[in-house]
Design a protein around this ligand. Structure first.
Ligand SMILES: Nc1ncnc2c1ncn2[C@@H]1O[C@H](COP(=O)(O)OP(=O)(O)O)[C@@H](O)[C@H]1O
Ligand SMILES: [Mg+2]
Length: 363
């Protein structure tokens, strides 16, 4: 090659190099543009993913809130049904008590007259017999047939036991009305002991002696309580739930004990009332039954918690009682229990709203 040719060739190569360099520079710029774009997209993706995750979390928490609300609603619904049942029961009991009251009063009111009339007739008979000791054969036969002497004695006894019976029915009717107290929508000062007594009367069938089961002893240690301002019907429902639970626990244990064991340490429910401070009353219901362990004790106020067989326990008794004592009366409901040590449920409630606390009287 000639030297000029070389020169041209070099020049050509130099130009080509320059063009290549320019192209390289351009592509470098493009690459860096692409890179920024890529970075932007990546960060956008990250933001979107994060937002998605956040919204997923929100959704999850919303879901769990909804689930809780649903459960709450179901519990409320059941409590409402239970409360409804109790108030329906109250209305029924009050209705029956009212219906029985009238006829019983007929009997009770008339027994005194029947008693007097009978005494008069017997006195008249006596007078006849004294005045005319000689009678005819027919009358003598009849006197023998009816065993007049026995009849005389027994008639008055019969009447007096009828009187005791009708007095008892009157008491029961009164107690039932007291227990039902359906007409009371407001807090009123009431005698707590009357409420406990009517509850015990209603549950008497479960505590008394039966074939194969000893009676459960009820020990009352009633203190001197003033009238307590409360929803009496609801508080009676609490007494009912607590005493019922004590009976269940005692009966469960008695089933596992021999008659000798039961007699050596009889099943017992002690009901104690007292004033614990200026405006607070305490009602304690204590059984000497099986007691419960810590795990169970921690759950007893949960709705639907029960250790009883299906069909026997609803698991609502204590949760409703808690609601009545704590939410409705501003009180406290506490459980003291240990395995083998029995169980005590202590209700503490204010005696009066501060407004009317001066007007309470002792009963
Ligand atoms: N006096 C008691 N002794 C032993 N366990 C009790 C007593 N009272 C309540 N419990 C326990 O608390 C649980 C919940 O009681 P409750 O709410 O009244 O429901 P239920 O009586 O329908 O089971 C009972 O199943 C029982 O395990
Ligand atoms: Mg119960």
């Amino acid at each position: 090659m000639e030297p000029t040719d070389w020169k041209n060739r070099i020049k050509e190569l130099e130009e080509a190099h320059l063009i290549l360099q320019q192209k390289l520079e351009i592509s470098e710029v493009e690459r860096s543009q692409l890179e920024t774009l890529n970075q932007n997209q990546e960060s956008l993706l990250k933001t979107v993913t994060q937002e998605f995750r956040d919204s997923e979390d929100i959704l999850k928490s919303k879901m769990s809130q909804l689930e809780k609300a649903l459960l709450n609603q179901q519990v409320m619904q059941l409590k409402l049904i239970e409360a409804e049942k109790m108030s329906a029961l109250g209305i029924l009991v009050a209705g029956i008590a009212h219906e029985i009251n009238n006829p019983v009063n007929f009997i009770y009111g008339n027994i005194t007259y029947v008693n007097d009339y009978t005494a008069d007739i017997l006195r008249l008979l006596e007078m006849y017999q004294n005045r005319y000791p000689e009678t005819d054969v027919e009358i003598e036969d009849f006197i023998e047939k009816i065993d007049l002497n026995f009849l005389r004695e027994d008639l008055l006894k019969t009447l007096s036991s009828m009187k005791v019976g009708s007095e008892r029915i009157r008491e029961i009717v009164l107690t039932l009305r007291n227990f039902a107290r359906v007409d009371e929508a407001e807090k009123k000062p009431v005698n707590i002991h009357e409420g406990i007594d009517s509850t015990l009367l209603i549950l008497q069938n479960l505590t008394k002696e039966k074939p194969g089961a000893r009676a459960i002893e009820i020990v009352k240690n009633y203190g001197s309580l003033p009238k307590v301002e409360c929803y009496a019907g609801q508080l009676n429902q609490v007494f009912m739930n607590l005493i019922n639970n004590a009976i269940d626990a005692l009966r469960e244990r008695d089933q596992k004990r021999s008659l000798g064991e039961i007699e050596a340490s009889p099943s017992q429910i002690a009901i104690t009332t007292s004033i614990i401070s200026e405006n607070w009353a305490k009602i304690s219901i204590k059984d000497n039954g099986l007691g419960m362990n810590e795990a169970i004790k921690g759950k007893i106020f949960d709705p639907f918690f029960t250790t009883k067989p299906v069909g026997h326990g609803t698991g609502l008794g204590l949760s409703i009682s808690y609601q009545i004592v704590v939410d409705k009366h501003g009180g406290r409901l506490e459980c003291i229990s240990a395995v083998g040590e029995g169980t005590e449920l202590a209700i503490e409630i204010p005696i009066a709203n501060s407004r009317s606390s001066r007007s309470i009287e002792l009963n």
